[in-house]
Design a protein around this ligand. Structure first.
Ligand code: FES
Length: 211
């Protein structure tokens, strides 16, 4: 992320530049260029220290993130809620999105990145249309969740945290989802599958073949 912070002048000054104001008055975006989106902001404490940030996001997406930040009062203490809402809106939290959140909440990008990578719920990788989550809580683990997970990995050809090349499936692990009586449990999106065995993995995947 730090590499995205540009200290040199915008090389594309001939491009259209228009005014843009942040809801947060403490950090004011002063210029806002078009693709790739590039804006600069100035901290009131460091009026003379102008920093340019390159963000490859559409105006619409930047505005959406700013709306979410504003919804939570542009408060740094609301970072978790802002990340939840933003991931819900975009599906994942890439570096560019984190940078805009950092500005919207007046936090460092390193802080936002630290929180995103600390909680397994947050992801920087786009999930598949049918995200598969394997419960690896104690009950599921002792009843063979590990073997089920290995079979999903083998059949999809991806590791945990990855998405299949066609964007259809992604694989992640969860802790207890509260259905221990059905262990081992997996979820495909919101659909729960219980007592899953490695032999049943193929049938589960085939159910989504034409979707
Ligand atoms: S441990 Fe898997 S549902 Fe409880």
């Amino acid at each position: 992320m730090v590499s995205k912070i540009l200290t040199e002048e915008n090389k594309n000054k001939s491009e259209e530049v228009r005014k843009f104001s942040l809801p947060d008055s403490e950090h004011r975006i002063q210029e806002f260029d078009k693709t790739p989106t590039m804006y600069s902001y100035m901290s009131p404490e460091k009026e003379k220290e102008k920093v340019k940030v390159k963000v490859k996001l559409s105006d619409e997406k930047v505005n959406k993130i700013m709306e979410i930040c504003e919804l939570f009062g542009n408060e740094g203490g609301e970072l978790i809620n802002v990340l939840h809402q933003t991931q819900h809106a975009f599906g994942y939290l890439p570096a560019e999105v984190q940078e805009v959140i950092a500005h919207g909440l007046n936090l460092s990008t390193a802080h936002v990145y630290g929180v995103v990578t600390f909680y397994s719920y947050f992801t920087m990788i786009p999930k598949g249309r049918f995200p598969i989550s394997i419960c690896t809580g104690t009950a599921c683990y002792v009843r063979g969740a590990e073997k089920v997970l290995e079979e999903f990995k083998r059949q999809l050809g991806i590791a945990v945290g990855e998405t299949s090349a066609d964007g259809k499936f992604s694989l992640s692990c969860l802790r207890c989802v509260g259905a221990c009586g059905l262990a081992p449990v997996i979820l495909v999106g919101d659909k729960v599958y219980g007592r899953v065995s490695p032999d049943g993995v193929k049938a589960i995947l085939e159910a989504y073949k034409d979707k």
